[in-house]
Design a binder for this molecule. Structure first.
Ligand code: SF4
Length: 494
């Protein structure tokens, strides 16, 4: 029996978030998050407005303590008075009591099953407030902050993330509460994509149709951050998975919105269909490389590689079908022409089209055929795309959080300074995280970490081990470089 591959949106039930409805046939909604201190009502209102003005339908604010939780009601009131109907979400870690305060003020509450207490009926109480006020809930699983119990059983795997989400979803279902959205974020695009697909399988098996919020965490900034987000989010959207999304960038929050819009709109109305004889060699939930060939850019192609060009309006499925129908095991380079002169657009589209094939192990090389761009730029985009898809690491990897109301220092400037001094250390992964509460877990596999520990103070990590605690920011970068030197992993720029 042959199978048909075509673009088809996953069937998710509708969830209302203020005036915004997501799921079903609704357009994919774009979100961003403030990075002002939430207790600073004035600045938070202004930044929320600037994100909404950029086109976001949903804006999230962190509420780490009572002061921040109590600031949410006046923030929402001010926005409504000023004519903003933007859906407002509170981001909660650790403290169920703050989630209850937030649920009295906002349109949606995000909780993290990895750190939300449930033993005393906290989730049921939160659900009751949400039900009474018409507030939605997001079960937001993060790869880097799984509960110890889950971690001990599954490790930090996609399976562990799914188990964590399913526990909470079952509790919601038992409480007959369905205004729930789920997310499975990771800074590792392979883990992220496979976790979402595994979650869809698990939900299908239990007859659940909760809508999904997509995102790659700690994607960094600039073109790297855009390509990394497009790889993860695009791989899922190409298969019709996803109802809302956030592109996390270590930049001004409003910058995230146009990138999110490009992705949200890119997959609409794809018509081309393909057939596949067998899926035997393929798994959507694990990396199964077809060959052991080196991952390459188009300028490195040798006679060993075959080129597969996609020309339809549905390139991801066109390549997938062509590769799965092959009888040989020669490595392949996937190629597509992009007739745009905007480099950012070419990079985002190519990453969104090609990422899925790279993450699943179906393709070994990429060819972005963009006549309007110069050769050096295309080569750079191809290398970043291979790195974002975890096939080939050719540059320093920065796992940088987008910052939020918990951030303890100016992360955008600091990231630029760290990059300026370390970007020649090609085999290192450096985490640059705004706070110590979520930072260390979420930079997961970084070699070194630069993490905010108190206002303008930094704790430095080697892997998961603390090397220097709470030193002033003005000396932190020099100390980080000293540590890298002591470890013998430093060399001077060429
Ligand atoms: S690591 Fe901390 S500061 Fe950065 S986005 Fe996460 S919670 Fe906010």
């Amino acid at each position: 029996m042959s199978h048909t591959l075509k673009y088809c949106r996953r069937n998710a039930h509708k969830v209302r978030i203020a005036t915004q409805e997501i799921g079903g046939e609704n357009p994919i909604a774009v979100q961003s998050m403030t990075n002002t201190p939430t207790a600073d009502i004035e600045r938070s209102v202004e930044q929320t407005k600037s994100i909404a003005d950029a086109g976001a339908e949903i804006v999230r604010l962190t509420a780490q303590g009572r002061r921040e939780g109590e600031a949410l009601a006046p923030i929402v009131a001010r926005l409504r008075e000023d004519g903003y109907s933007t859906a407002i979400v509170a981001d909660i870690h650790f403290t169920p009591e703050i989630a209850m305060i937030a649920a009295e003020a906002v349109d949606k509450v995000r909780i993290n099953p990895g750190n939300f207490r449930t033993s005393g009926g906290e989730l049921e109480r939160l659900i009751e407030i949400c039900r009474r006020r018409g507030v939605a809930l997001r079960i937001g699983v993060n790869h880097g902050s799984l509960a110890k119990r889950i971690f001990d059983e599954y490790g930090d795997t996609p399976e562990g993330m799914v188990a964590s989400a399913m526990e909470f979803l079952r509790m919601c279902r038992t409480a007959d509460f369905h205004d729930v959205v789920v997310s499975m974020k990771s800074s590792n695009t392979r883990v992220m994509v496979h976790a979402y697909r595994l979650l869809v399988e698990a939900m299908d098996q239990e007859g659940m149709t909760y809508p999904l919020h997509l995102g790659v965490t700690e994607a960094g900034d600039g073109i790297e951050g855009r390509i990394k987000s497009a790889v993860g989010i695009g791989a899922l959207l190409a298969d019709g998975i996803g109802d809302t999304l956030r592109v996390s960038l270590t930049e001004e929050p409003a910058n995230e919105v146009p990138v999110g819009k490009i992705l949200a709109e890119y997959f609409n109305g794809r018509t081309a269909e393909f057939s596949v004889e067998s899926f035997e060699s393929y798994s959507p939930t694990e990396f199964r490389p077809r060959t052991a060939a080196k991952a390459i850019t188009h300028s490195e192609i040798t006679s060993e590689y075959d080129i597969i060009e996609a020309t339809s309006d549905n390139p991801t499925h066109e390549w997938r079908a062509a590769i799965l129908n092959r009888k040989d095991n020669r490595p392949v380079v996937i190629r597509r022409r992009y007739d745009y002169d905007n480099p950012e657009l070419v990079a985002i589209y190519a990453a969104a089209d090609m990422g899925s094939l790279l993450l699943d192990g179906l393709a070994e090389g990429v060819w972005i055929d963009a006549p309007a761009l110069n050769e050096a730029q295309i080569h750079e985009f191809e290398l970043i795309l291979l790195q974002a898809s975890r096939l080939r690491f050719s540059r320093t990897e920065y796992i940088a959080c987008p910052s939020c109301g918990r951030t303890l220092y100016d992360i955008q400037t600091t990231l630029a300074q760290i990059k300026a001094r370390t970007s020649h250390l090609k085999d290192l992964k450096i985490g640059v995280m705004g706070c110590i509460v979520n930072g260390p877990g979420e930079m997961a596999d970084a070699d070194y970490g630069y993490v905010g520990s108190s206002p303008e103070h930094i704790t430095l990590y080697r892997g998961k081990e603390i090397v220097e605690r709470n030193i002033h920011q003005r000396e932190a970068l020099d100390h980080l470089i000293e540590i890298i030197k002591r470890d013998g992993r430093w060399h001077d720029p060429e």
